[in-house]
Each structure stands twice: as structure tokens, then as C-alpha cells.
Design a protein around this ligand. Sequence first.
Ligand SMILES: [Zn+2]
Ligand SMILES: [Zn+2]
Length: 318
Amino acid sequence: MVQMRLHAPGTRLAREAQEPPKPQAGQVLVKVSACGVCRTDLHLVDGELPACRYPITPGHEVVGTIVGSGKRVGIPWLGWTCGECEYCRSGRENLCVRARFTGCHLDGGYAGYAVADERFCLPIPERYGDAEAAPLLCAGLIGYRSYSFVGEAKRIGLYGFGAAAHILAQVAAAEGREVFAFVRPGDETAKRFSRECGALWAGDSTEPPPEPLDAAIIFAPAGALVVAALQALKKGGRVICGGIHMSDIPSFAYSLLWGERRIESVANLTRADGARFMEVAARVPIRTEVHRYPLVEANAALDDLRAGRFTGAAVLIP
Ligand SMILES: [Zn+2]
Ligand SMILES: [Zn+2]
């Protein structure tokens, strides 16, 4: 099989030929049919996730079929948990102290085949093709976990309108919420795209929304957006940070937080999140916009993501 391997931070992925990996006890061998490209993969390339190991095969939005049974499954970011730590025992396996993440500690889906612990694989709703389903596995899932943190909020701001926001906007709109999309200043393509995905309003991340928000979810890795989002919030509102890495948050006046506004982060996912979101995806017809790249063009896909050259999500096809 071919795999795209990252040997060290700051380097290009190397194309390598390799025997398919051998599944260990409890694992399945999955023939990869599509693998989404996530912003986390860029953080991995940039060495911004200190816990990850190198060399590593990235990719944690993996759709494929189990060799033997032919069952279609998704392999998400959460690859293994210990089941014993205080977090695992309290229903918060997303915070497991020994958690192993796909494409970070465990080799992921930038390859022809991948192995995965069967207990952590997710079902893929039938209505989605392989490539269309790939972004559901992280962008969709983490987006949905972030969304579940905003409770009953009616007016929701989404900062950074990429793969996660384009899925979440459709889910939120289908549930009758009002979505306000904030994009890189001047990015008219992203504004148009966000309206197609159900946003009521789209504007620059530097401008205030037409009405104060009940909640904001930040997907772009820019700490300054936390302050911008706080300024856009009503009293009692929440800012949810959905990304795994963010630049430093600038200091701000306490008056912006006053009034029981909150800032929270969302980390990883639980298997229950995965099951819940796949039910939503089976019910709500989410149109994922995907841009297919051959697996061997993984570096080009990462470059295009970094430069913001497409709307929606990039997906690698082996
Ligand atoms: Zn644990
Ligand atoms: Zn991801």
C-alpha cells in the first residue's frame, strides 16, 4: 500500500510503499476509501501538538471497509482510552489521561489501509458517499460536541467558516437556530458559502453582528477571536473554543467577561458523541462540500487548506 508519512515537524509528507499493517487483538484492518484533511493535521505538520509522535501517518477522518466483513466504518480521532482513569470512569473518556488519538499517536488514514480498535469505530449513515462522509468524522463530530455546549442558545456565531462550521451551520439551521458566520475580513467567497449552508448573516470577524449573540463557537485557530466573540455576546453568553490549538489570547478588559459570560474549550470526543452525531447526520441531510485529492497529493491538500484555497473540506482518496 501507499502511505503518506510525516517524519518530523516542519517537513513535507513522504510517499512510502509499505505492507498493510497487521491488526492486533481487538483491532480490525480497514481498507481506506477516503480520508478527510483536518486543520489538526496542519498543527501536526507545524509541530504544535507536543504529545504527538513522529514519524506518524496522519488522518483521523477515515472512511473504509473492514477487511473480511466488508462493513463500512469510520475511524475518528479518539482511537483508544484506558477505561480506568477518573475521566474514563466518569463518562468523560474524551479527557482520558492515557488516550491515544488516530493520526497523532496511532497511524491514521493517509494510507491505503489502517488498523483500528473496533470498539472506537463509528457507523456511517447510508445516505453519504465515502468522500462525503469523511468530514463528518472530525469536523462534524467536534463541531457537534461544541454545539452541544451552547445549550438552548438561539443566536449562534460561528467564527471561521471551514469544514466544521459548514456542517454545523446546516444542523443548527435545521433545528431553527439563527447562525451568524464570521469569516476572514474580505473573504466574500466564504460569506457566500456560509449563506448557502444556512447562515442568516455573514460578515468579517472584525465587525460586530447586527444583534448580540447568545453563544459563539470558534473554529479558527486565532486567539484574538475569543475577544471579538466576547464583545459580540449578550450577558450569560458562552464562547466555545472548538480547536485543538490556538494562538495566544490577547488580554482584555474584565468588563467583557462580566455578566456571567463564559469561555470554554471542547476537547476531543467520546464514543457517545460519535453515536449521537451519526444519528443526527442520518436524519438531517447534511451536504458536505468535499474537494477530492489523490492520496499522493496530500501535501497539496494541506497547502490549499493552509492558504484557504477551497470552501468546505479536502478529502484524500487512496
Ligand atoms: Zn482513561
Ligand atoms: Zn480533526
